[in-house]
Design a protein around this ligand. Structure first.
Ligand SMILES: O=C(O)CCC(=O)C(=O)O
Ligand SMILES: [Fe+2]
Length: 209
């Protein structure tokens, strides 16, 4: 596992955060569970399939609806690794699994500052993609290449001063100039839920599409 700084302040990429064997086991574990989204509750309006563990966040109501309990045992080793490397100040109490098939992405957003803690982690599995970081004030855009099995940590500016999103493009260009085809990508986002609801006078930053 190698930590690589990026040109986005507060964004660090850890290559090979999991092995290929671990990747295969994680994919098998989630494929044995039920997915929500694309018409299926509890978040039927989502245009991609998701799973949530620890807590249930409702995209429609923009709040946490339920505490499920501890994160599933298939991420035990990952949580130990996250805490050993001090990547989060507290243990994650929410795991969001996102599945992106070809032609699916996520609109640029900032994860709700009122709901989620100061460190957001995302593990990329199966295929690479570019994640676009857009500075909310200068609108400056930076594409960050996320290899399969890498983990990003978003803290500070990357967490609060930038939006992040993933295109629906079928092909993208890696930093070395090579074109690559986007394939199925499954990500594990680890967060700490710090409040169940966004105060009504604040923007949510919760991303449905
Ligand atoms: O797929 C990812 O790596 C990021 C997902 C994300 O930004 C989110 O669900 O808030
Ligand atoms: Fe996000």
């Amino acid at each position: 596992m190698k930590a690589i700084g990026t040109s986005v302040p507060g964004l660090v990429l850890y290559e090979d955060f999991v092995t290929k064997q671990e990747e295969a086991a994680l994919i098998q574990a989630v494929n044995e569970q039920d997915w929500s989204g694309i018409g299926i509750g509890p978040n039927p309006e989502l245009k991609r399939r998701t799973q949530q563990y620890g807590h249930l966040f409702s995209y429609r109501f923009r709040k946490v609806l339920e505490e499920y309990g501890p994160l599933p045992s298939f991420v035990d080793d990952l949580v130990v690794r996250i805490m050993n490397h001090q990547l989060m100040p507290h243990r994650p109490n929410h795991l969001l699994v996102n599945e992106y098939n070809q032609g699916q992405g996520i609109m640029p957003h900032t994860d709700a500052p009122a709901l989620f803690g100061p460190s957001i982690l995302s593990l990329s599995l199966l295929t690479p993609c570019l994640m676009k970081f857009i500075h909310v004030e200068t609108k400056e855009e930076t594409d960050i290449y996320l290899p399969a099995r890498s983990l990003i940590t978003m803290t500070g500016d990357a967490r609060y001063l930038y939006k992040h999103g993933i295109s629906k493009d079928l092909e993208e260009v890696a930093p070395d100039g090579t074109h690559f085809e986007r394939g199925k990508r499954i990500s594990f986002t680890f967060r700490e839920i710090i409040a169940w609801e966004v105060p009504s006078d604040q923007a949510c930053g919760c991303q449905k599409s």
